[in-house]
Design a protein around this ligand. Structure first.
Ligand code: MOS
Length: 763
């Protein structure tokens, strides 16, 4: 790829985003690769069939696994009759709790920096059953078909004990305080109930959201092999380094004895962490001393991989006549299994988006005997914005105010809960730009537009997601004498464009063309511990690479010595330009990497740098935001809803790659349309069993359900974030449910407060 000379050395000032740092002027303007719509560099491998996924590694002597799942919610296995299964030709092993190797518990996600487990219950260690669908036996055979058939011949008898499988029953047993990442989900500022009662305008409503199951198109899978006392795992993962460490704990090994790689992933969304199946595959492989491939069936994903849990929310807002919020109350209860870490924190949006004189925000938990619920794209925000943003729409109507004006009226000037200043906030511009582009001023009164059978309406909602940066450990840069640079870090590209955006950033940082950069990721043997989650990977990798780059420049200046045009310049005074380093003040003082390394007789220069802790998140309140505009048609005869137009206007700091970012926004919005209109895990409250474990019965948007989705963004860099960028991975889904519901109300005058809004609710 040809690169234009940029003419000015680029430094992307190290640590400039940290408290006390100097804002980096270079992130504000277009220069080099950052901000260009570069196509995904992994794209050709994927569409050309050369990208190998976890279930596509064929290892010598490999056997295939099939899992049997419990059919009771709580109790114990009395007996597993394996005779018929073992007699099937090709069957190599039936593994149950009786013959599985002894293993430690899986470290539960967030209980340690490297913990990867979605659930921490023992796996095949005892006869206990904790949820309906729990794996209770694994069959290994020479072919997948033999394994599947043999599995069907297992005869399992249970002793059932009473289980809590209804939400009402769980709530009756008592509610528990929700705690998220160590923080109680309970905020009280002023007396919100009193302020609500005194307010001249108020809305006080209940909203419900259902369970959702993870449905990444790539099924969860792993191919594992023991090589002596070392475990090799080809996984589908959004946290390879965490998984390697966690599997080492399970099998009582050193972390270095486990090698997990996941170079290509067909979607993650929070679901691709360490569940039962990788542990079962590794344990079974140990017993037969052969490689094992375990691909969960689609049903298997519903049984083994947790999803988003259900919520019951109360949103009450009291406002004065000019729309000022006097009280903001967002409380409610979520279902949760006692063996995970996520009390769906639906109050997170209400903690930062609007100012109010009094707040009461609280999430309670009711424990159920069910598969561990877990993280799913914007956990908390995706469903919390449904209640909050519908309630604001209802309040706007009660006051007789435009819903955008009502939101802007309550723009806070600092974080309403912590009091911290916002690092940057272009929310007003985001709303105004969106309104103009969508044509919001043409909005018609409620239930006033009709085209034949179709009632037409428009609605808006806001979305939000926090900026996080988890300490990602080291990144390694290897610079070769020919001017090629390799960046190594245990991070992930699940299809969102990580490798592409990071190659762009590295090209600018180093002053190299894109094709002189190799970005290696998705392998636990690389440095770093980066989670592809929390929309924080870009910032996390960026900070690690900045730290390594600083060391690289320091060493290069030392190697360059007094004979170089760079002589006498410090690390702060140079930046990458034209395949080398140049003075920031005078680009003519320049020397190429090839020249420096050749003169120093160095074939390569290798550095590893570790970033500072994420202190920026303690000094500033940092968030991505969205303003969502939706037009629906609701069929007056059938109740069918068609989304006709959708616009997302985003405020996420600097957009590093408009092409991949737009895909993240659109993908999130499409997932949000599914949440609004279709997605629901049907849970049998008598038996605790998921009843629709297939894509035939669990509905997701298909092409016909998705209109043209327009996306725009403010593109104003945050001086307090690496590269000026906030996350873009999860913001897209937040607020979409409310935007659709509010548009349906405008079309029909019908207010639906429980998702999904299926046609029966509109008849
Ligand atoms: Mo996401 S739910 O942090 O993958």
């Amino acid at each position: 790829m040809a690169q234009q000379a940029v003419g000015k050395a680029i430094q992307l000032a190290p640590d400039s985003w940290m408290p006390g740092g100097r804002p980096d002027p270079l992130i504000r303007e277009q220069h080099g690769q950052i901000g260009r719509p570069v196509s995904r560099i992994d794209g050709p491998l994927k569409v050309g069939g050369q990208a190998r996924y976890a279930a596509e590694f064929a290892l010598d002597g490999m056997v295939y696994a099939a899992l049997a799942y419990s059919t009771i919610a709580r109790g114990r296995i009395l007996a597993i009759d394996t005779k018929a299964a073992e007699a099937v030709p090709g069957v190599v092993l039936v593994m149950t709790h009786e013959n599985a190797p002894r293993m430690n518990k899986v470290p539960l996600f967030l209980t340690d920096q490297k913990a990867a487990g979605g659930v921490d219950l023992p796996i095949f260690q005892d006869p206990e059953v904790h949820w309906n669908g729990q794996p209770v036996a694994a069959v290994l055979a020479e072919t997948q078909e033999q394994a599947d058939h043999a599995r069907s011949l297992l005869r399992i008898t249970y002793e059932e004990v009473p289980a809590i499988t209804s939400f009402a029953g769980a709530k009756a047993k008592g509610k528990h305080p929700g705690v998220f990442m160590g923080n109680p989900l309970n905020i009280r500022i002023g007396d919100a109930e009193e302020a609500l009662a005194a307010a001249p305008f108020r809305v006080d409503q209940a909203y419900e959201t259902p369970r959702h199951s993870h449905n990444a198109i790539e099924l969860h899978a792993c191919t594992v092999a023991w090589e002596g006392d070392r475990l090799r795992v080809h996984d589908a993962s959004q946290l390879v380094a965490h998984t390697a460490w966690s599997l080492a704990q399970v099998f009582g090994m050193e972390e270095s004895q486990v090698h997990v790689s996941s170079p290509f992933v067909g979607g993650g969304f929070g679901g691709k962490c360490l569940w039962n199946h990788q542990v079962i595959a590794a344990a079974a492989s140990k017993l037969v001393d052969r490689p094992v491939r375990l691909t969960l069936s689609r049903e298997g994903v519903y049984r083994v991989v947790g999803g988003r849990t259900s919520t019951e929310q109360r949103v009450a807002i009291g406002a004065s006549a000019d729309g000022t919020f006097e009280a903001l109350i967002h409380t409610g209860t979520v279902a949760m299994s006692p063996h995970n870490q996520l009390p769906e924190p639906f109050i997170l949006p209400a903690m930062s988006v609007y100012g109010a004189n009094a707040f009461k925000l609280e999430v309670d938990v009711a424990y159920m005997d069910m598969l561990a619920n877990t993280f799913m794209r914007a956990p908390g925000e995706a469903v919390g914005t449904f209640g909050l943003e519908c309630a604001i729409d209802e309040l706007a109507e009660a006051i007789g105010m435009d819903p955008i004006d009502l939101r802007l009226k309550n723009e806070p000037d600092k974080d309403p809960v912590t009091g911290a200043p916002f690092s940057i906030r272009e929310v007003e511009k985001m709303w105004r730009d969106g309104a103009e582009r969508f044509g919001w001023s043409d909005r018609a009164p409620v239930a006033s537009r009709r085209e034949g059978e179709w009632r037409i309406g428009t609605g808006v909602a806001g979305g939000t997601y926090p900026y996080y940066r988890m300490p990602g450990g080291a990144a390694r840069i290897t610079l070769r004498q020919d001017g090629h640079a390799t960046i190594d870090i245990a991070a992930h590209d699940m299809g969102m464009g990580t490798a592409t955006a990071q190659t762009q950033v590295a090209a600018d940082r180093l002053g190299l063309p894109m094709d002189a950069i190799t970005f290696n990721y998705g392998d636990s043997t690389l440095p770093g511990v980066v989670l592809a989650g929390g929309s924080q990977q870009t910032a996390s990798i960026g900070a690690s690479v900045i730290a390594a780059h600083r060391l690289l420049v320091k060493e290069l200046l030392q190697l360059a010595g007094n004979d170089s045009p760079l002589a006498g310049l410090s690390v702060e005074e140079v930046g990458g330009l034209d395949n080398g380093l140049a003075s920031l003040a005078d680009p003519l003082r320049h020397e190429t990497y090839a020249s420096i390394l050749t003169r120093a007789q160095r074939g390569t220069l290798v550095v590893e740098g570790t970033p500072p802790p994420p202190l920026e998140t303690m000094h500033w309140s940092m968030h991505s935001h969205s303003a969502l505009f939706c037009e629906v048609g609701v069929n007056a005869v059938t109740g069918e809803v068609r989304v006709r137009r959708f616009l997302g206007s985003f405020d996420c700091g600097r957009i590093l790659n408009p092409k991949t970012a737009a895909s993240q926004f659109r993908g999130g919005i499409i997932m949000g349309l599914g949440m609004a209109l279709m997605e629901e895990t049907q849970f049998d409250e008598r038996k605790g069993r998921i009843m629709n474990p297939s894509l035939a019965e669990y509905h997701l948007p298909v092409h016909m359900d998705v209109p043209e989705i327009d996306v725009i963004w403010t593109d104003v860099p945050d001086p307090h974030a690496p590269m000026g960028a906030h996350g873009v991975g999860e913001i897209g889904i937040t607020g979409v449910g409310a935007a659709v519901a509010n548009a349906i109300y405008n079309a029909t005058g019908r207010r639906v407060r429980d998702l999904p809004i299926t046609l029966d609710k509109l008849l």
